[in-house]
Design a protein around this ligand. Structure first.
Ligand SMILES: NC(=O)c1ccc[n+]([C@@H]2O[C@H](COP(=O)([O-])OP(=O)(O)OC[C@H]3O[C@@H](n4cnc5c(N)ncnc54)[C@H](O)[C@@H]3O)[C@@H](O)[C@H]2O)c1
Length: 504
């Protein structure tokens, strides 16, 4: 395979020039920046040219320069001006190369680039509008999105960025000092594996026989029973002893092939086996592809509570191939939609706009958008100290329902759906609650609690969860899609009312 040229794109202040230089240094090659090439061509600074000739004249020259560079790349790493993607010719040429987007949020971009000499960064409102307008264009063009475009992250990612299988998109995740790639798309069956070392696969008895062969060059395979009831310490022990008997050591890694249960248990085994070995998550359910495979929470249940034993252990890589969802039973797919709706409520914006249409189409972009939302939250708070708690939207009541019903009556996603409705009642959002309720029932998810469920047991589980967190942590409430508040104190009687709302 020919070595691809890396082209860095992104908004003003994203750090494209520095990023390209860092990548080039890591790869031992040269980098060029098209803004500098443009300045050489015009013989003055871009700011001065803009001021004397206007934006249109500048864009014409920029288009020519960038197109020439992309047609015959003079270096293996290139950074291009933030506005160059406005040209259709440039966008077309980008398809020949590996395009890397350095993500930057608007406030950070403004802090770095605003108010200074750059002609398009003088007025904050215009700057923000341009950011909102261009972000989806960069995203659509990118083969890889680096959620943190710092030079150190780029340096670590550089090698992997040159080996992205076609048709696959990469998100580069950062959490607690750990970096890892998330591959989304047709990534299985390609003879592609992102991590060195021997592979020890942990899976379940349903998924292993169907997809096990798609993991290349396995050293050993161990399967646990399928389903939440198997998420136990005793099953983890069986798997751990299997790994030990097979001679796994620190240079090896675990492959977690399956849904969220396998991901949590196998991730937990990887976290504790010999005090920690690597794990590559290969999620095969919608729940796991849009949520559980990312962020590094691993664990097992105790009869006393869900996920009562566990560890934070970030994966070395995630391979999410939506084609595996084709064999997923309809009820499991529906359970995944509850997590999608939750994620869309947290994200707001284009993801919510898409999800509220209720089309029920799962594709690479949906998985990517959900993964991106979760990873962006986790990046700022690996260990649930603050912002990460937004991801628990719907989970306080959801987990309590699961615990109170012995993990047997509802799937995790179904319980989360009910929990979301309770959270929207507590948020004082009757219209949004009704919209979400319609979405959930459209996917065949329950919107009322089975009358056999003991309310008091659910309330007790909510209280125990609160106690576990030192009584400090309140509910996650929704002001509006994209505007989610954590730690809201809620009186017991209001929780009762919200549960009552699930009885109708
Ligand atoms: N770690 C986290 O951050 C996090 C986040 C959300 C959920 N979770 C956990 O995830 C678990 C739920 O995960 P889940 O909903 O994926 O359930 P699951 O892992 O039990 O999978 C559901 C069922 O589908 C089967 N299956 C999986 N992939 C299949 C495929 N491609 N084709 C056919 N059958 C397939 C499984 O064998 C299982 O029977 C819960 O334990 C929950 O606590 C963890």
């Amino acid at each position: 395979m020919e070595t691809p040229v890396l082209v860095f794109i992104g908004f003003m202040g994203a750090g494209k020039t520095t990023g390209a230089r860092a990548a080039a240094a890591a790869l031992g090659v040269r980098a060029i920046d098209t803004d500098r090439e443009v300045e050489q061509r015009i013989g003055t600074s871009i700011e001065d040219y803009f001021a004397s000739h206007g934006e249109r004249a500048f864009r014409e020259i920029e288009e020519d320069v960038v197109a020439e560079v992309l047609e015959t790349p003079p270096a293996p790493v290139i950074s291009i001006g933030g506005g160059a993607i406005g040209s259709a010719r440039v966008r077309e040429l980008l398809a020949r190369h590996t395009v890397v987007m350095l993500d930057v949020d608007e406030p950070t971009a403004w802090r770095r680039a605003g108010g200074k000499r750059r002609p398009l960064a003088r007025d904050r409102e215009r700057f923000a509008a341009l950011h909102a307008e261009r972000a989806p264009v960069y995203e659509a063009l990118a083969d890889a999105v680096l959620l943190d475009g710092g030079a150190e992250t780029v340096r670590r990612a550089a090698g992997a960025l040159r080996r992205i299988p076609t048709g696959v998109k990469v998100l580069w995740a950062v959490a607690g000092g750990v970096n890892y790639p998330v591959y989304v798309g047709d990534v299985l069956d390609r003879d592609f594996w992102p991590v060195r070392g021997r592979r020890f696969m942990l899976t379940d008895e349903t998924v292993g026989p169907v997809y096990g062969e798609r993991i290349p060059e396995l050293t050993a395979t161990f399967a646990m029973p399928a389903g939440e009831a198997a998420k136990t310490l005793s099953n983890a022990e069986v798997l751990l002893r299997g790994l030990a008997a097979a001679g796994m050591d620190h240079d090896d890694h675990v492959v977690a092939l399956g849904g969220g249960v396998v991901g949590d248990v196998a991730g937990f085994c990887a976290a504790v086996y010999q005090r920690g070995v690597g794990v590559v998550q290969v999620p095969t359910t919608l729940v796991s592809q849009v949520d559980s495979a990312y962020g590094g929470k691993t664990g097992v249940d105790l009869p006393e509570g869900k996920n009562y034993v566990g560890a934070y252990h970030q994966p070395r890589a995630v391979l999410a191939d939506p084609r595996t969802l084709a064999t997923l039973p309809a009820a499991e797919l529906a359970a995944g939609w509850a997590e999608v709706v939750k994620t869309a409520l947290i994200a707001g914006g284009p993801l919510w706009t898409r999800v509220r249409r209720g089309e029920g189409i799962v594709d690479r972009d949906l998985v990517l958008a959900c993964a991106r939302t979760k990873l962006a939250v986790v990046a700022g708070d690996e260990r649930d100290a603050g912002r990460r708690q937004v991801l628990n939207l719907g989970h306080t009541v959801g987990h309590a329902i699961e615990t109170a019903t012995g993990y047997a009556r509802y799937r995790h996603g179904e319980a989360v759906g009910l929990g979301l409705l309770a959270a929207l009642t507590l948020s004082g959002q009757p219209e949004l609650r009704s919209e979400v309720s319609d979405l959930l029932s459209g996917y065949g998810l329950p919107t009322t609690l089975d009358p056999s469920v003991d309310h008091e047991a659910v309330l007790t589980a909510v209280q125990r969860d609160k106690k576990r967190r030192g009584g400090r942590v309140g509910f996650v409430l929704v002001e509006a899609p994209g505007d989610v508040r954590t730690g809201a104190p809620v009186a017991e009687r209001d929780v009762r009312t919200a549960l009552g709302g699930l009885m109708k």
